[in-house]
Design a protein around this ligand. Sequence first.
Ligand code: A2P
Length: 345
Amino acid sequence: MSESYKVAILGATGAVGTELLDLLQTRNFPVAELKLLASERSAGSTLKFKGQNLQVEAVTDDSFKEVDLVLASAGASTSKVWAKKAVEAGAVVIDNSSAFRMDPTVPLVVPEVNPKAAALHKGIIANPNCTTILMSVAVWPLHQVQPIQRLVVATYQSASGAGARAMAEMKTQAKEILDGEAPTTDIFPYPLAFNLFPHNSQLNDQGYCQEEMKMVNETRKIFDSNELRITPTCIRVPVLRAHSEAINLEFAEPFSVVKAREILSRSPGVTLVENWQENYFPMPMEASGKDDVLVGRIRQDISHPCGLELWLSGDQIRKGAALNAVQIAELLVAKNLLRMAVETF
Ligand code: A2P
């Protein structure tokens, strides 16, 4: 019988955590035992896994004993406290937070782009930022054929990127506004329902927010291309789940639309969604719950002979977070890198 592993989900009650639980089940990940970890707040609550009610535990120093794999999605500050403890206890951690992404000793992995980087892990593998994952899957196949010189991207990011409580807040806001009441803003700084605003992460001296700089720095690390010129504008939009992105690519030579379409129609993790007669292209509602990134509206940039425009929608919680993490875990199992890391630590 093939080997199975003791797995822990840190942040099991969150938007990404519950998706991780579902994916481990539906993708038949070899789980021998599953631990659900969160904060004191949700200790004692239960979640279903393979028909069984499992109790959520508050994470403690003892939580990682004999655990082989930790899938962490409880925010950067929580990961900074617990990831190294989990590695010391012998586990491999796939961390969904930003805590270790730019650490040069930590691989940052999108399985469709740089699967080999996973083999270099020393206990922690970082899962990239959601908008970065979705963009990487769509533009990497083109970058392979002709290196991208410059990338301009505008994002349309859903509430799910700010977690389960943010999704709930947006629904409450919609009701409140329709009832003529002032919208509650506990999680978001401004009302998101019937509105949009530039991503509210910290701004740097150049006027770029943290989310935008994540797209720049993480894409360069994943593509192993420090020179890649990227300029993003990240916007939070009143969509519940699934992000969208308008991407402009500039190459050294013209890139034919027909060729780009042909490449993307056979690229892993991508579904081409284009019906020009019907004006039908990727939409976040249709991307929700899907594994693939939906890509379409591929067209020649009329302002530049070597420019290409494309549009995508991808499920932020799935491929943008939980699915990418589980795919990394599957890669580790397939290459026997879970056990190896434990031995070499
Ligand atoms: P809890 O339900 O106990 O608050 P989301 O991204 O959807 O907001 O989810 C965040 C996840 O991270 C939840 O499962 C949350 O658990 C968990 N979490 C947040 N802070 C901590 C912490 N300090 N220790 C452990 N888990 C945490």
